[in-house]
Every structure is written in structure tokens, then in C-alpha cells.
Design a protein around this ligand. Sequence first.
Ligand code: OSB
Ligand code: MG
Length: 371
Amino acid sequence: MTRIASVQLRRVRLPLVHEFQTSSHAKRFLEHILVTLTASDGAVGWGEIASPSGPFYSAETVESCWAVARDHLAPLTFKTDVLEPYDLFDALAKVRGNQFARAGFDMAAWDLTSRAAGRPLAAALGGTRARVEAGVSLGIEPTIDALLEQVAQRVAEGYRRVKLKIAPGWDVEPVRAVRAAFPAVPLHVDANGVYTPGDLGVLTELDGLGLLMIEQPYAPRALAALADLQDRLSTPVCLDESVEELDDLHTALRLGSGRVLNIKVSRMGGLTAAVRAHDLAREHGIPVWCGGMHEFGLGRAANVALSALPGFTLPSDVSGSDKYYARDVTTEPILSVDGLVEVPTGPGLGYDPDLRFITAHTNDFLELHRT
Ligand code: OSB
Ligand code: MG
């Protein structure tokens, strides 16, 4: 029996090497919360709460995650016997919503149990690949030329797929320009839910550009409208924000709301839920890939491990650390070489936190103990 004896929470802020703009906001710095669980036998596991600062991707914010982690998740963690990571996931599922906050604890439980067993996280999750294919996600740029320059750089770096953020005013024209300049590059677009059925004209134009998929064209809960759209398009619709729980995926499968699933550890509330979503999608013949939230190296290592599962047949948003950060929170950066990222073979996440660097970038620290 393993009891968690202490929980540490750290708010860590890092600058992004390149500004990232989506339909709702532009980001130059990111603040994520690192979760450290220490068991009574001394075993340690690290997790990352990768919530954006504002409630524009999901309802969560860094502030909400901090409060929920401190007031609800840590106390529930102290009450739970963590033999398997599932034990903590199921205990924390008492909390509704708040997936990003829960995901940080779930990830730490997976790291702790697999590290203590001397087993790589990927193997513990059921991963079968030695390396995974990496794609990049490119934000809205000030000009089409700046976007073309970004695509050229990332293609030269070897990334296997390029995803472009789109929004009204930045859609058909930039995508057509990228398609014309890079006819052979696997390309997809992500709207983060900003279009409505009134925009069918734009989406139909995009349908003609040979895209791998159109990610989250409509709002998260518009599952019926997404199904109507999928009926009208030959390009697969990919769901991101629409699937926060396994039941959302059941509904989407029943309605036919999309043909591809982006699985994010954060959005699903942890690795446990991510594996379950993978299994369900696979049963239904839906290809999946792992999406990112600009995770620091710890969260990114979890994404790499997850992407080793057999249903992850499309390139994931697991770019190398250098695409995001000049220096990362792990002692070794995550590397993408020719668009491939090695799945670590060491115990747990396979990457170690650089505690000195983390401490130098920590804005707030809290340690809680089981009483
Ligand atoms: O929709 O995939 C998204 C980043 C912040 C919010 C939403 C999204 C993203 C990304 C980042 O696309 C992808 C990455 O981490 O490489
Ligand atoms: Mg997305």
C-alpha cells in the first residue's frame, strides 16, 4: 500500500522563444504548475498542470488550478491508497471538470508508480513504439510571409506534419499560400472552435485544399452541428475541445461528429483517461494523435510516452523543447531529430526535473502534508 505523504505545488514561468497567437489570445510567457507527489516510502513522481492563464481554451485558468489543487485534489490524494495510478484518477474523478488540474496529479501518480517499479512510463501505459512522429503547431503570424518562413524552418527541421491555427480573417488565404509553397507537406488546420454553421462557405473552401483534417471548427459542445459538417466535407473533422470526458467521445462516435481525435492528457484529466480514450477510438477505427498545450519538458515527456500507444497513427504535437523554450525544466531537453522523438527507456517519465532551474523560475511554492 502506498500513501502519499506530501504534495508540492510550484508555479513556474518560462518565456516562449516565439510568440504564439490563436483566435483568442497571444502568448509570450507561460506559467504552468508542477505537482510533486512523495509517497510515505520516499517514492517521488512529477506532474504538470499545463493550463493556459485565461479561460479561453477550456474553463480553467492557472488560478483555478492552483485553488482546486490546494483545496480539493491534495486532500483527496492524501485519503487515497495509490497502488496503481488508476486509483488516484478514480478518486479525483469525484471532482467535476477541472481536467487540467486533475491531469497534473494523475501524471505524477503514473510517474511515481512506474519510476518506483523501474519501468518506463510508455511501457506502463501500453506503448509499443520506440520513437514517435512529431508535428508542429504554428500560431497566427503577422503576415503570410512570416508564416511561410515559419513553415519553411519547421519543414527543414524535419517535422512530419504542420498544423496552422486559423480564425476568421486568417484562413483560406494563408492556408492556400502554404499549400502552394509546400504542396507535399502534410498539413492541417485548427480553428479552436471559432466558426459556426454560418461559415460553411469558408470551411468548404478549406475542404478543397488537401488537408489532413480540420480541427475543432465549431464550439466544443456543438457535436450535432459538427456531425452535419462532417457529412458535408470530405476532409476529416478532428475533435479537440469537444472531448473532455470519455462520455463526450461516446456521444461524438454515436453522432459521427468527426473522423479523427486529438487526445490531450490535460484536456482529458490525465493519462488514465487518455489511454481509455485511445482504446475506445481504436475500437471504432478512429485514428488519434497527441495534442499539446505547450507543455514544459515534464508534461511533454508524458505526451511522448502516450504517443507510443498503437492507435497514435498520426504525428503528434510533440515538438522538441527548442521549438518552445530556450531552456526547459528537465535536465536534458526533449529532442526531435528528423521529426522523430525517441521514447525514453529509463524509469517513469525518463526525464528528470532540473530542480535548480525550476526553483529559479518558481513564482509560488506550496507544500502540503498528510495529517
Ligand atoms: O488547440 O491544440 C490546441 C496550444 C494552446 C491552446 C490550444 C492548442 C495549442 C496547441 C499547442 O496547438 C501545440 C503544442 O503544444 O505543440
Ligand atoms: Mg486544437
